[in-house]
Design a protein around this ligand. Structure first.
Ligand SMILES: Cc1ncc(COP(=O)(O)O)c(C=O)c1O
Length: 368
């Protein structure tokens, strides 16, 4: 079966894990710090904080920005549930915004304008599938209304533009992402104070971490805020350091495969829509397509599976999940709902060959 995504892991990652185990120090220490600095450098940022997940990163960004009960945060529903969940973690209210179009399934500026109220404090932009939102337009939108811009850059590791939109960006290193540490995440933020608050909040709100106390003659610490255990460890950081070295090459490979998909689909499967027809900067995280209205997606998925091709759906929209429907009944996002009902994600990962793209597109054409 050709998988939708696959982590690239090999001898370099194994060697990195062995060296951490041999070092005798496995919880957050020097490797985590090196990983943060290398991740920041690749994104041309001053600094970064590494965490246990992107979800933790989103949570601590919103917490660090002081968002809480009574505040509203604009979020897309065409994303993973973690985006809206993070808003609820701080007691604020997620307000769902529709996508621009089936061709550009990113948060709609127009609908965001309609959804803004006096309580709106921030916007979480998602670079869906790795395709960057329009930075200047959103910066202008946010500046006019005095809103904070946060990026959910879970799909955009390796793009130097990710993390430059607003106050902070959250990245994911989950197993299916462009680079992985199995579980893991990071924050890039403009304001050093915000990064400091996030660094403290990830370790129970303690004023110093175990590693710092280990090497110091001052074993004491204070707790000056309510913190969490959102730490990453040396093993994950060591894998991350290896993966970072390969990330840009992998992203380039994803881009080449995406171009091949687009070319073949335009020639052979013209009744399928391929989003992002413009030449937008992308980390090419996933390969979404939109099936014709008259096709039966479940049958297409089953037929492709029978041809040895796994597919999936990005995403069942958040506002239609039972939990969100019972919390915010009656939310309607017509463009998101149309896109979500027809979207199909094709396999895309750096281990794929050109012939795999040919196999997938043939299987798709046959299935349709
Ligand atoms: C858009 C988006 N945001 C947030 C997350 C959460 O990432 P993590 O699993 O690292 O918490 C994901 C993960 O799939 C995602 O795709």
């Amino acid at each position: 079966m050709l998988s939708v995504s696959e982590p690239c892991l090999g001898q370099d990652e194994k060697d990195a894990l062995i060296s951490v185990i041999d070092s005798g120090w496995i919880t957050a220490g020097e490797k985590v710090r090196q990983f943060e600095q290398a991740f920041a450098a690749l994104h041309e940022a001053e600094d970064a904080v590494a965490l246990s997940s992107c979800t933790a990163a989103l949570h601590l960004i919103l917490l660090g920005l002081g968002l809480g009960p009574g505040d509203e945060v604009l979020v897309p529903a065409m994303t993973f549930a973690a985006t809206a969940n993070s808003v609820l973690y701080v007691g604020a209210t997620p307000v769902f915004v529709d996508i621009e179009s089936v061709d550009v399934p990113l948060m709609s500026l127009e609908d965001a304008g309609v959804k803004c109220t006096a309580r709106t404090k921030a916007i979480i932009l998602v670079h869906y599938a790795g395709y960057l939102a329009d930075r200047e337009k959103w910066q202008e939108f946010a500046a006019k209304r005095g809103l904070m811009l946060v990026e959910d850059a879970a799909h955009a590791s390796g793009l130097k533009e990710a993390g430059t939109f607003g106050v902070a960006a959250a990245f994911s290193f989950y197993g299916n992402k462009n680079m992985t540490t199995a579980e893991g995440g990071a924050v890039i933020a403009r304001e050093p104070g915000l990064l400091d608050r996030i660094r403290q909040a990830r370790g129970h709100g303690l004023t110093s971490a175990t590693f710092q106390r280990h090497g110091s003659s001052m074993p004491g610490y204070d707790v000056t805020m309510l913190g969490y255990n959102y730490r990453i460890d040396e093993l994950r950081a060591a894998i991350g350091l290896v993966q970072l070295k390969k990330l840009l090459d992998w992203n380039e490979r994803r881009r080449q495969l995406t171009v091949r998909y687009k070319t073949i689909l335009a020639e052979r499967v013209q009744h399928v829509k391929v989003p992002f027809s413009d030449s937008r900067t992308s980390a090419c995280h996933i390969m979404p397509i939109v099936l014709p209205s008259e096709s039966d997606r479940a049958e297409v998925i089953a037929a492709m599976r029978a041809s040895g091709v796994q597919t999936t759906i990005h995403y069942p929209p958040t506002h239609l999940f039972s939990y969100y429907q019972s919390k915010y009944p009656g939310t309607e996002l017509p463009v998101t709902e149309d896109f979500a009902s027809r979207e199909l994600t094709l396999p895309l990962h750096p281990k794929m060959q050109e012939c795999d793209v040919d196999l997938v597109t043939s299987a798709l054409a046959d299935a349709l």
